[in-house]
Design a protein around this ligand. Structure first.
Ligand code: BES
Ligand code: ZN
Ligand code: ZN
Length: 499
């Protein structure tokens, strides 16, 4: 595993004076008049840019890039990136444009890349936020899982530096603050992506727990790694017992406000591989089930940022870790098992394992004094059916908490859409022989049904459940999101904790 080693710098300089391999300037869609930086590039190119804008060859569509070689001047090449329509322009557009630029830079093997800060240069967006979004889009956009291939089609290329430049000295301070924040958040998100992209034979529960311990250590977080069976986590053990890989439950605690009794628990589903168990999944795309620990990766990524960002809150990250495998030792459909809460569970479907391990993790978080619960899980295929990869499903028992998460998610480009928890779904989980069953068996409304199961273990504690089944792992790259793991919802969680 490897992070992106691209340095970020902010410099007070005029565009024409900056020596670089590639300089990025921008145009808005449908606007013939060029902004300051694009106009300067146009002059250096003898009016070529404005001619192409007038002829419609440069449209300004969001993420469109047009590359020019400069004969003279300090920049070797210049790229004109489209920002889309001005009235739709926002921080998410900045991320998308920045990602298009950095991909172009990699393609043309530019070592030193300079960019004006889209959004701040036109005065449309907050200066600090624009610089943060630009760095996020660049660092997230350039991400590539290194993988294990010995033979590579294209040799790796490392962009050495991204420099944000502006000739206005007053902008340097907000740019630097935004760039610094954007870099650490995006790097944590990329790290979460790495963990999810890692195959399940490498990212075992044991390997994940070791990594969590390392992250806790370097950040000074209190850490425990528990054996679920010994702790009476019978629901988690019911999932784990079919596998040869030993399960774990790890907790990392950050105390930013020691005098307060408030404690937010972030709970991440950590199924390192979900075969379905005895209720075996079909082979089609089963390989993608290595990503069933994306919730765990996002929680660990978020916890890794707290020592740096120092929010005045107490936060505990709780991560239940196991494989879900069929074997002679595995839990069978119809089995009744206990749980840390004391409730008994009839396991009607062993593929509904996420809610089992989360049930014990939720109870554990409450025992550790959590006053607010946020769980993150690739919980249901039904959430993909409902929302695709356009939004994370959010459910819970505290509307103010849900509204707040939806609002911060929207602000940082990670959309969430609320789904209901009606009594009908809870009633459908009534079991004839246990306190609850883990599926309704109807196949209906599975995201809401899954949340209804969790609600039993949550009780009255304010709680939000994020179903990231559709948003955590993509089959096709989009904007600054790569194919494979996306790192969702690290940015939302961190924004929630720091704002
Ligand atoms: N990990 C899956 C959900 C999932 C599916 C995530 C596809 C990402 C992509 C989860 O454990 C699962 O299998 N859920 C079942 C629940 C059902 C048995 C009620 C599902 O969605 O089919
Ligand atoms: Zn499953
Ligand atoms: Zn699963």
């Amino acid at each position: 595993m490897m992070g992106v080693e691209m340095k970020i710098r902010v410099e007070h300089k005029s565009l024409v004076d900056f020596k670089c391999d590639l300089l990025a300037v921008n145009v808005f869609e449908g606007e013939k008049k060029l902004d300051g930086a694009a106009a300067a590039a146009d002059r250096a190119l003898g009016g070529l840019v404005s001619r192409l804008v007038r002829s419609g060859e440069i449209t300004g569509k969001l993420g469109e890039t047009t590359l020019f070689h400069l004969g003279a001047g300090r920049a070797k090449k210049v790229v004109i990136v489209g920002l889309g329509k001005r009235d739709k322009f926002d921080l998410e557009a900045v991320r998308t444009a920045a990602s298009a630029v950095i991909k172009k830079a990699r393609e043309v093997r530019a070592k030193i890349v300079a960019s004006i800060v889209h959004g701040a240069s036109c005065g449309c967006l907050d200066q600090r936020d624009s610089a943060k979004a630009l760095v996020e889009g660049s660092v997230l956009g350039v991400y590539k899982f290194p993988g294990y291939a010995k033979e590579k089609e294209t040799p790796d290329f490392q962009i050495r530096e991204l420099v944000l430049i502006d000739s206005d000295a007053k902008k340097i301070k907000p740019f630097s603050a935004g760039a610094k924040l954007g870099l650490i958040i995006a790097e944590a998100e990329n790290h979460a992506r790495d963990l999810v992209n890692e195959p399940s034979n490498k990212m075992t529960p044991t390997a994940f727990a070791k990594l969590a311990q390392h992250i806790a250590k370097i950040n000074g977080l209190k850490f425990v790694s528990l054996d679920p069976k010994r702790e009476g986590m019978e629901a988690l053990w019911a999932v784990a017992k079919g596998s040869s890989e030993p399960p774990r439950l790890v907790a990392l605690e950050y105390r930013g406000n020691p005098r307060s009794k408030e404690k937010i628990a972030l709970i991440g589903k950590g199924i390192t591989f979900d075969s379905g168990g005895i209720s075996l999944k079909s082979p089609k795309r089963m390989d993608e089930m290595k990503s069933d620990m994306a919730g765990a990766a996002a929680v660990l990524g978020t916890m890794s940022l707290l020592a740096d960002l120092k929010p005045k809150k107490n936060v505990i990250g709780v991560i239940p870790l196991t494989e879900n495998m069929p074997s002679g030792h595995a839990t069978k459909p119809g089995d009744v098992v206990g749980s840390l809460s004391g409730y008994t569970i009839e396991v009607t479907n062993t593929d509904a394992e996420g809610r089992m391990i989360l049930a014990d993790a939720i109870t554990y978080a409450k025992k550790r004094g959590a006053t607010k619960l946020i769980d993150v899980a690739t919980l249901t295929g039904g959430c993909i059916t409902a929302l695709g990869d356009a939004a994370t499903g959010i459910m819970g028992n505290d509307q103010a908490l849900l509204d707040r998460i939806i609002e911060v998610g929207n602000r940082c480009g990670q959309r969430l859409w609320q789904l209901p928890i009606y009594d009908e779904y809870k009633n459908a989980l009534k079991s004839a022989i246990a306190d609850i069953k883990n599926t309704s068996g109807t196949g209906k409304a599975s995201p809401s049904s899954g949340a209804s199961f969790l609600a039993k273990f949550v009780g009255e504690t304010p709680w939000a459940h994020l179903d990231i089944a559709g948003t955590a792992f993509l089959d096709k790259a989009r904007g600054y999101l790569p194919e494979g793991a996306t790192g969702v919802p690290v940015r939302t969680l961190i924004e929630f904790l720091v704002s």
